[in-house]
Design a binder for this molecule. Structure first.
Ligand SMILES: Nc1ncnc2c1ncn2[C@@H]1O[C@H](COP(=O)(O)OP(=O)(O)O)[C@@H](O)[C@H]1O
Ligand SMILES: [Mg+2]
Length: 227
């Protein structure tokens, strides 16, 4: 099943073309990494397929339905129910502890506080943070904070996780913990699209897409990696 598909996506800012007509699709269960030099358009593209930003031209399809970027409530609904986001900086709320940070998007779906807390705690336990659920972000290591952010991304049981340099701010030990977490989630069937500039991480995913100057210049499955 194709989860995300784009047709001739262009993004222009003023007269400058950041994305130059991208055709792309992701099948359910894939772990795709997007690599490429800084400024090649990786984040811009990820934000468009994450329905956070409209393209200037072209179409995005989510599970076969064409996205109407003018329909904000519908966009938010798809994002909240089907997509989970992880960024380079975790954006956890500093005044809330780990389980409260994870509960927030669950409560927003209209679930009771009690059920939301149960799910938050379950997710944190699953990510090896069972003994840290009451810690505030500043009381945790970078890798732990990023795992809380991953738990939050998983809060509403998304089909797809979109991650923009999720290890960009982490040392090698915490990078490994986050990468193993993603690999485990992918083994359980969650589709992942991850922007990274670390080639050794990309090589552990099932497919590598390379961008350059707003275009995809290489798209290879791990089985026939030529890197
Ligand atoms: N809001 C914006 N206004 C102007 N230029 C932008 C904006 N967002 C991105 N760009 C430019 O678009 C290009 C692609 O950026 P980006 O998608 O962030 O690349 P990457 O994530 O690969 O580093 C860069 O040249 C960047 O400077
Ligand atoms: Mg970027």
């Amino acid at each position: 099943m194709i989860v995300i598909k784009t047709e001739k996506i262009k993004k222009k800012i003023k007269n400058y073309e950041i994305l130059k007509g991208i055709d792309f699709q992701v099948e359910k269960g894939e772990f795709v990494s997007i690599i490429g030099a800084s400024g090649s358009g990786k984040s811009s593209f990820l934000y468009i397929i994450g329905l956070l930003d409209p393209p200037t031209e072209g179409e995005v399809y989510f599970k076969g339905s064409k996205i109407d970027f003018k329909n904000q409530p519908k966009l938010a609904d798809i994002r909240n129910r089907h997509l989970g986001f992880v960024f380079q900086f975790h954006y956890l709320l500093p005044e809330f502890n780990a389980y409260e940070n994870v509960m927030i998007p669950i409560i927003k779906q209209g679930i009771s506080r009690k059920k939301a807390k149960e799910r938050a705690v379950y997710l944190l336990e699953h990510l090896g943070l069972g003994d840290k659920i009451e810690r505030k972000p500043y009381e945790m290591s970078g890798g732990e904070q990023q795992r809380v952010a991953i738990a939050r991304a998983l809060a509403n049981n998304p089909d797809v996780i979109l991650a923009d340099e999720p290890t960009g701010n982490l040392d090698s030990k915490n990078t490994e913990i986050v990468m193993e977490t993603f690999l485990k989630l992918n083994n359980k069937g969650i589709t992942i699209v991850m922007v990274t500039h670390e080639m050794d991480l990309a090589q552990r995913t099932s497919r590598i897409v390379e961008m350059k100057d707003g275009q995809i210049i290489k798209d290879v499955l791990s089985a026939d990696l030529r890197y």
